[in-house]
Design a protein around this ligand. Structure first.
Ligand code: NAP
Length: 259
């Protein structure tokens, strides 16, 4: 399917690896020029070069912490006005409710609520003026079905979800869509560290914890960054202009509900 977005320009934050990279790859395959970002310059440059040579699109790489105000300003300056914004950042650590203090919540809110809101706010005026724009926020399946040990993530992402629900409906008439893409378990470094934490908590080997995790999913496996990225690219496509303010769950059917 021609997504109809060749030649457009996208900013994908936190995208040297994992789901952010999956989104960047799929957009590049559709002919979209990219601004990529991560903190670690080496992996970021490698990813940027891989994408350039595979897809022949322009790729600008900005090594910066997207949660930090100065880092975010550098990314936004390098990006200028884009047509497509995919927001992402690392997720907060797992833990227990009694251990989380105010500063832990502030860190989680900064990373997974206020950073994406700042990026959206910076890009919306230009998108509205152009009469076209796509924003996709990578959030989490925990928005639909909270994960007990990820209370910091559950809390911060709930805030972003509320913001998007209202804002998406304020800007839709200008041809700008904002949606959230909710990953269940996907094969990335993040899921490896969460599986390791589960293994340690339950006294299992990593492989046994991974087997149990996979067996619990209706598909018997976890998702890939490629599948995730292709879904993101479709949401950013010309075909998805009527998709507004949605929380799209990509979890292999793990969340058991009729609607
Ligand atoms: P990942 O494999 O750990 O990759 C994270 C990427 O983000 C890396 O490129 C990392 O590079 C970059 N990054 C992290 N923090 C950053 C920051 N402050 N500024 C700029 N770049 C940053 O993670 P993932 O699995 O793709 O997860 C992406 C998001 O989806 C996370 O918020 C995660 O909580 C959420 N999620 C993932 C899953 C899953 O199963 N994978 C499920 C639910 C939710 P640097 O470290 O070099 O900065």
């Amino acid at each position: 399917m021609d997504l109809g977005i060749a030649g457009k320009r996208a900013l994908v934050t936190a995208s040297s690896k994992g789901l952010g990279r999956g989104c960047a790859e799929a957009l590049a395959a559709a002919g979209v020029n990219l601004v990529l970002n991560a903190r670690g310059a080496e992996a970021l440059e490698r990813t940027a070069e891989d994408i350039r040579s595979t897809h022949g699109v322009e790729v600008t790489a900005v090594a910066a912490d997207i949660v930090d105000e100065a880092g975010r300003a550098r990314v936004l300056e390098a990006a200028g006005q884009v047509d497509i914004l995919v927001t992402n950042a690392g997720g907060p650590p797992p833990g227990f409710w009694q251990d989380w203090e105010r500063e832990d919540f502030i860190k989680a809110l900064d990373a997974n609520m206020l950073a994406p809101i700042a990026l959206i706010k910076a890009q919306l005026p230009g998108m509205i003026e152009a009469g076209w724009g796509r924003v996709v926020n990578i959030t989490s399946a925990s928005v639909r079905s909270p994960i007990a040990q990820l209370g910091l993530s559950n809390s911060a992402r709930a805030g972003l979800t509320g913001y998007v629900a209202g804002t998406a409906r304020q800007v839709a008439r200008h041809g700008v869509t904002i949606n959230n893409l909710l990953p269940g378990s996907h094969d990335t470094d993040r899921i490896k560290s969460l599986t390791q934490a589960t293994a340690e908590r339950d006294g299992l080997s990593f492989d046994d914890a991974a087997r149990q995790r996979n067996a619990a999913n209706p598909t018997g496996r976890i998702g890939t960054a490629e599948e995730f990225g292709n879904t993101c690219a479709f949401i950013c496509s010309q075909h998805a202009g009527f998709l507004v303010g949605q929380n799209i769950l990509l979890d292999g059917g793990a969340f058991n509900a009729t609607t």
